[in-house]
Design a protein around this ligand. Sequence first.
Ligand SMILES: *Cc1c(COP(=O)(O)O)cnc(C)c1O
Length: 470
Amino acid sequence: MEYISTRGSAGALDFEGVTLAGLAPDGGLYVPRDYPRFSEAEIAAMRGLPYAELAVRVMLPFVTPSLSEDELRKLCQQAYGRFSHEAVTPLKQFDQQHWLLELFHGPTLAFKDVALQLLGGLFEHFLAKNHDHLTIVGATSGDTGSAAIDGVAGRDRIDIFMLHPKGRVSDVQRRQMTTVLSPNVHNIAIEGSFDDAQAMVKRMFNDAAIASSLGGRFRITAVNSINWARLMAQVVYYFAAALQLGAPERKVAFSVPTGNFGDVFAGYVASRMGLPIEQLIVATNVNDILHRALSSGDYSAGTVTETAAPSMDIQVSSNFERLLFDMGGRDGAAMAAQMRGFEASKAMQLTNAQREGASALFTSARCDADEMNRAMAWAKDHCGEVIDPHTAIGLHAARHAGIDPAVPVVTLATAHPAKFRDAVERATGQRPPLPARMGDLFEREESFTELPGDYDAVAAYVTSHATESA
Ligand SMILES: *Cc1c(COP(=O)(O)O)cnc(C)c1O
């Protein structure tokens, strides 16, 4: 498979190239040149496969020829062997129409593990082949950091530096990062907000002095969801759930708690590959730029409001560009112009083609704190399921989307409730315990470095520590 940029002027890359690259040099995002499509018979033949084997079938067209089928199989078995549930992403029932797809059985209890466990293996494989080294620098407000750290901890040829805003991530989230003691993991608590940390990371990406002092070792890459390999890995669980509910003979709808539009874009890819999806429900909290864009065409960033579902507290959804590119007829020059306008004014209007194209598959909903709390209470009182605040937003949207009762609706459970236990306890009166394998999280030794909110201090730390361990 070849990958092209949404902004039309970067050269095409193969799968190995896009995995290591992150953003395209023209500022765009990589997408496959075309979507592979399975026939009904091919989809029916996937029924009953173990998750890792289903992953091989779904992803093989995207990774060929950078990986052989056997190489892909080995990486999938390693990644999904680390999940604590044999089914990897088990499906549970709420009521006659509604289902819950549990994506949180990975090492850090959030759906991001599904992709980042595989991404760690992909990095290691390609770096070993090229005798290369990778330095990952990222900023996190919570889930991405711990999942990225767990995905690369202890792996050869990789250093990861993860910045978090000191005192502004939950205890569980901080400890999930700082108790990983592998020498290639460098946690940094910086003074300031998440946005300050993020701004430093962006500046570092363009810092020629760092690049020259680290030489070949400074291939920084993105571990956020603009990385194509992450989206690709997420396509698999849409197939897994739909097959269990009767696909390809029966259509299924999905409700997706959405922040950066990565997870729900994977659902769109599944649909393009032939999976019969009735509808994709984009569920947002009060940070509702995507709901406004999909319902009225107004894609304009406001200021971020903090909520009990922090992984969705986002005003600009990077992956939305991938959908707009497809809906606009894959015109890279037009996409580049539209995004230049957005970057200048933080606002843009979707074209009619983009709006109409998206409305064929997508619908959206905005959910406030009250509705979120009521969804958590409903799940517990009526189905005995304790769900996290992000999942609750998805469930609320699912139950109010007006989907034909004959169509099963799957809500994606993106985090384990214990990760957000204060909010869960407030809504349900029940404090979800950490799963047994994480029960000693608060006894484990922590290691992290505190740095001032000063770019030069952080840059100096990265240069000296990456060089040492390389
Ligand atoms: C990251 C995250 C989301 C949002 O996913 P996107 O791919 O950014 O849309 C939702 N819920 C949880 C718990 C997350 O960690």
